[in-house]
Design a protein around this ligand. Structure first.
Ligand code: C5P
Length: 239
């Protein structure tokens, strides 16, 4: 199978539903995201089952805790052979460095989450953070890169800003992807897969446009066709 930058989010309540989709997409998608919903239902067994099918796992548990606890939690993810996992960059540089120690010598890459896209300026001010969301994203992204993280999760709308002001080479993983029809009209703050890749996303996290599609296989094929020949699909490299 040729490499694809698409990671499908398995936002389900049971392992059966999740694995059914994985099996249906066999041959076209080899990277899946397990988040809090599925992981809390199934525990680490779902990750083992995915790994035994030979696919890569992005474990999206967004750790944010004291540094030593995060280091040990990251080590547990490494033992599960997850390829990507997430931590909150707002946990600070020491927490990020401890997280990196937990993954040392492994193929597991730690991605930093900056500001959740559900957060707006009012919400930030409520918890004592002044300035704009973009300022805060840039500040946390810079801290993350300076702390040694090689990847970030961000909105497709933040990609060009981060590429310009923080790092050209950092791995950027973006959710918020919709079909070209749905993505029309940017007031919804979503982009199509092709637009996100053109902005400079390294990987796309796609959930409902595939999981809720009448024909998920066709939805994947259509999305892959829409980005074939664009930068990331061609040059995708292991980090
Ligand atoms: O919206 P969709 O179903 O494609 O979301 C896929 C995944 O991306 C979900 O697991 C969701 O938690 C995550 N997501 C996110 N930030 C957004 C939108 C979705 O982290 N703005």
């Amino acid at each position: 199978m040729s490499k694809s930058p698409i990671i499908v989010a398995l936002d389900y309540d049971s392992a059966e539903e999740a694995l059914q989709l994985v099996d249906r997409l066999q041959g076209s998608i080899d990277f899946f995201k397990v988040g809090k919903q599925l992981f809390t239902r199934t525990g680490p067994e779902i990750v083992r089952q995915l790994r035994s099918r030979g696919v890569e796992v992005f474990l999206d548990l967004k750790f944010h805790d004291i540094p030593e606890t995060v280091r040990k939690a990251v080590k547990s993810c490494v033992d599960l052979e997850v390829r990507f996992l997430t931590i909150h960059t707002s946990g600070g540089s020491e927490m990020m460095q401890f997280a990196l120690q937990g993954a040392e010598g492994s193929a597991t890459e730690i991605l930093g989450v900056t500001v959740l896209t559900s957060m707006n300026e009012v919400g930030m001010h409520e918890i004592g953070i002044q300035g704009t969301v973009s300022d805060q994203v840039l500040s946390l992204a810079t801290l993350a890169v300076n702390s040694g993280l090689k990847g970030l999760v961000c909105s497709p709308y933040e990609v060009s800003l981060i590429r310009e002001k923080v790092s050209k080479s950092v791995l950027l993983v973006t959710p918020g992807i919709r079909s070209p029809e749905e993505a029309k009209g940017d007031q919804k703050r979503i982009l199509s897969a092709a637009e996100a890749i053109e902005q400079g996303s390294s990987y796309l996290v796609v959930g409902r446009p595939i999981t809720q599609a009448q024909d998920p296989v066709a939805a994947v094929q259509q999305m892959r066709a829409s980005i074939s020949g664009l930068k990331s699909e061609d040059k995708l490299k292991k980090i």
